[in-house]
Ligand binder design. Structure first.
Ligand code: T5A
Length: 210
C-alpha cells in the first residue's frame, strides 16, 4: 500500500481555508484519490474536546505556554487516531491548520518564540512533517472582516487585538521563507476561483497529482 500524502492549509483568521479545502478535496476525488478532510485543533474525539477549551472563553483564558501545550496535546491525539492511520491506508489527508499555526499564533502572536514551540513540536511529532503546506495570505483587516461577516467574531482568537494578528501574519510569512520546499504562499485576496487555481497548481507541480 502506497502511503498517502499530507497537505496542510494555514493562514490568519478568515483567509478562506475552509472554502478552499472543500474545493481541493473535490478535485482530488476527481483525480481518483481517497481523501480525508480534518482540522486542528480537533480532528479526533479527544482533540475535539480539547478544542472546546481553546476556541471559547475570554481571550486571556490561558497563559501562552499552557495554550501551546493544549494545542500540542490535541495534535498528538489527532495524529495517532486520525492522520497517521489514514496516511498508512493510502488516503490523501487535507488538514485545516497544523503545527505552523502553533508557531504563528503562540510562537509569534503570543510571543513564546520559535525555540520553545519547536521543542514542543518535536516532542509531539518527531520528524513527521506535511508533504505540502499552503499558506493563505491576506491583509489582516480583510481576513478579520471576512471571519466576522461569517460568524460574528465569537472565536477567542478573532477577538485578540489587531497587533496580534499582524504578528501572526508576519510569522506565517517567515515560516514560508524558512521552508520554501514544504511551504507555498498563496495570495488569498483574489476571488475564490483564482485562489483555487493557484492551490491546484501547487498541488499538481509539487505532489504530482492530476
Ligand atoms: N489555533 C489553531 C492556534 O492558536 N494554534 C494552533 O496550533 C491551532 C491549530 C481555530 C483557532 O485556533 C487557533 C487559530 C484559530 O483562531 P477555527 O474555528 O478553526 O479556529 O477558525 P479558522 O481556522 O481561523 O477558520 P475561519 O473559519 O476563521 O476561516 P477560514 O476557514 O480560513 O475561512 P472560510 O473559508 O471559512 O472563509 C471565511 C469567509 O470568507 C469568505 C467565505 O465565504 C466565508 O464567509 N471567503 C471569501 N470571500 C471573498 N473572497 C474569497 N476568496 C473568499 N474565500 C472565502
Amino acid at each position: 500500500m502506497t502511503r498517502g500524502r499530507f497537505i496542510t492549509l494555514e493562514g490568519g483568521e478568515g483567509a478562506g481555508k475552509t472554502t478552499q479545502i472543500r474545493l481541493l478535496a473535490d478535485a482530488l476525488v476527481k483525480w481518483e484519490k481517497r481523501v480525508v478532510v480534518t482540522r486542528e485543533p480537533g480532528g479526533s474525539p479527544g482533540a475535539e474536546e480539547i478544542r472546546g477549551l481553546l476556541v471559547a472563553g475570554e481571550t486571556g483564558r490561558w497563559g501562552p505556554v499552557t495554550e501551546a501545550l493544549l494545542h500540542t496535546a490535541a495534535r498528538r491525539d489527532h495524529l495517532e487516531r486520525t492522520v497517521w492511520p489514514a496516511l498508512e491506508a493510502g488516503h490523501w489527508v487535507i488538514c485545516d491548520r497544523f503545527f505552523d499555526s502553533t508557531m504563528a499564533y503562540q510562537g509569534y502572536g503570543l510571543g513564546l518564540g520559535r525555540e520553545l514551540v519547536a521543542t514542543l513540536q518535536t516532542a509531539a511529532l518527531g520528524d513527521f512533517r506535511p508533504d505540502l503546506t499552503l499558506i493563505l495570505d491576506l491583509p489582516v483587516e480583510d481576513g478579520l472582516a471576512r471571519a466576522a461577516a461569517r460568524r460574528g467574531g465569537e472565536d477567542r482568537y478573532e477577538r485578540m487585538d489587531v497587533a496580534f494578528h499582524h504578528r501572526l501574519r508576519e510569522g506565517f510569512l517567515d515560516i514560508a521563507a524558512r521552508e520554501p520546499e514544504r511551504c507555498a504562499v498563496v495570495d488569498a485576496g483574489h476571488p475564490v476561483e483564482a485562489v483555487q487555481a493557484a492551490i491546484l497548481d501547487h498541488v499538481t507541480r509539487r505532489l504530482g497529482a492530476s
